[in-house]
Design a protein around this ligand. Structure first.
Ligand SMILES: [Mg+2]
Length: 357
């Protein structure tokens, strides 16, 4: 008889960590990290860790709701068999409808425990070899001086891809983008408008940037998430990859975007769709010729390392946006796999995600 790999205990708690500076985007900001963590302990003593990063100003999810849902799941988990993770996680997914961050934490903790039990690194759940994963760095919404300081500092450290948040003040944004281009001359430039432009305004903005010699490699979510027409228009005329983030909240959304030829890339985040659906989206988007970005909410080293290992294992992401640990202070910021240039390297041997909370 097959031995049951049962959950002995599961617990969750909220952890807060300070940021080095506010993480500001067009629609809101994070002043600190405040996430819910889940620990699952198996009957053989092996533990798995998961993180729910709650971005209320983006998804509408809240900490109290996420904590309460995860407390319910933790109670339901005790005694469950994790040796058939798809069945178990499928049941949990139904209970967590609408709370995607909590779903991500559950899937992360169970898959982490399972990988530790199998003594394989987390990335090996997704592919036979780990490809190189190097993250971009975000220039958050702020003053021209802040953009210049960020570009200078991170370029010197070795970052060669800059994601500039735009959308609060177009004139200032224009100056900020030119400054990053000037101070990081060999870097790729990505813009993320977080839904704050109209299609026409974005096309004008891009044309003006091109006139100054700025070629963007990708623009993310130029228009409101429901404005599929606007997305399609930008995609047709922008002469750069156009990536859905807020518009891509599920595999169904992604299928619709593809059907309507609305975008040429998609940003996948565990906190939007959990891990298993993220895998489905990656595979479906790739089959349909979309570019892929692996992204994150305000996540600590645990979820960021899990996402980087996922991208390394699948090996199909052209864009990596897993830089939030560079904005966090303290212990939650440190991933032993991530160097100060933003390059992750994963070993063959360590089990699971490799981060203990
Ligand atoms: Mg985005």
């Amino acid at each position: 008889m097959k031995m049951k790999l049962a959950v002995k205990d599961a617990r969750c708690r909220v952890i807060r960590a300070p940021l080095s500076s506010p993480f500001r985007i067009a629609t809101g900001q994070h002043d600190f990290l405040e996430n819910v963590f889940l620990t699952v302990e198996l009957n053989n003593g092996i533990k798995g860790f998961g993180e729910a990063a709650v971005a209320t100003h983006i998804t509408g999810e809240t900490i109290p709701q996420t904590l309460s849902n995860l407390e319910d799941i933790a109670r339901a988990f005790r005694g469950c068999d994790v040796s058939e993770p798809l069945a178990l996680l499928g049941a949990m997914r139904l209970k967590l409808k609408g709370n995607h961050a909590a779903l991500a934490a559950v899937e992360m903790a169970v898959l982490d425990a399972l990988a530790r039990y199998l003594r394989i690194p987390f990335w090996k759940l997704f592919g036979p070899k780990a490809s190189v994963v190097a993250t971009d760095i975000t220039i958050v919404i702020g003053t021209l001086k802040e953009a210049e300081a960020g570009a200078k500092d991170f370029y010197k450290r070795g970052f060669r891809s800059f994601k500039i948040k735009v959308g609060r003040d177009i004139d200032l944004d224009f100056k900020r983008v030119l400054a990053v281009q000037r101070l990081a001359p060999k870097a790729a430039i990505i813009l993320d408008a977080n839904q704050s432009f109209t299609a026409d305004a974005m096309l004008v903005f891009l044309r003006q940037l091109r006139a100054k010699g700025v070629a963007t490699s990708l623009i993310e979510q130029p228009v409101p998430k429901k404005d599929i027409e606007g997305l399609s228009k930008v995609t047709r005329l922008a002469r750069t990859l156009v990536c859905a983030d807020e518009s891509a909240g599920s595999i169904l959304d992604v299928k619709k975007l593809i059907r309507k030829k609305a975008v040429t890339a998609v940003n996948i985040k565990f906190m939007k769709t959990g891990i298993l659906e993220s895998m489905e989206i990656a595979s479906f988007a790739r089959q349909n010729g979309l570019g892929l970005m692996m992204g994150a909410m305000m996540e600590s080293s645990l979820a960021i390392t899990a996402a980087a290992q996922f991208a390394a294992g699948l090996g199909c992401f052209q864009f990596i946006d897993l830089d939030t640990t560079f904005f966090i202070k303290g212990k939650m910021a440190r991933s032993p796999y991530l160097d100060r240039r933003g390059v992750f390297s994963f070993s063959e041997t360590s089990g699971g995600i490799g981060i203990t909370v």
